[in-house]
Design a protein around this ligand. Sequence first.
Ligand SMILES: [Zn+2]
Length: 171
Amino acid sequence: MDLMSKNTEIQLAHVRSILDTITDPEIPALTINEMGILRGVEIEADTVVVTITPTYSGCPAIDQITDDITAALAKHDYLSARVALVLSPAWTTDWMSDEAKEKLRQYGIAPPCKTSLLDDSQEDPDVTVIVACPNCCSFNTQLVSHFGSTACKSFWQCTDCLEPFDYFKPI
Ligand SMILES: [Zn+2]
């Protein structure tokens, strides 16, 4: 390995460690890496190119994430950074690790369920999915509103412990 590529590798590792500190603005308990939003990092000449895939194309959070990335890199003297949006393949909740889903539950948001829990014969996925309460794990929960704190989530309440909670919609 020549010195040039070795330096690039050290830089890449450094850039990755910086990116690991950036959290999802909508779910501060999880980093963009844990969310599966961060898709790749490359160094082209002197420019750091960060590839991300937004969780939902309509999510306003993506501007915030882009700003956070360039600001964090600039703070570490990576002044030339570019964020590339990749919309295809579309982000899926499957890209979240099991550990990330568990963190989501501890944060008080019911993690997305496996699609097998969805009944395809129904048109509205919100009312057919079985959502476990993140507080007491009861399945006696009901949909309160299709939109929770953001459009990415719906708002639910547990019938047993009465805990209101957000459910991260699977896509
Ligand atoms: Zn409950």
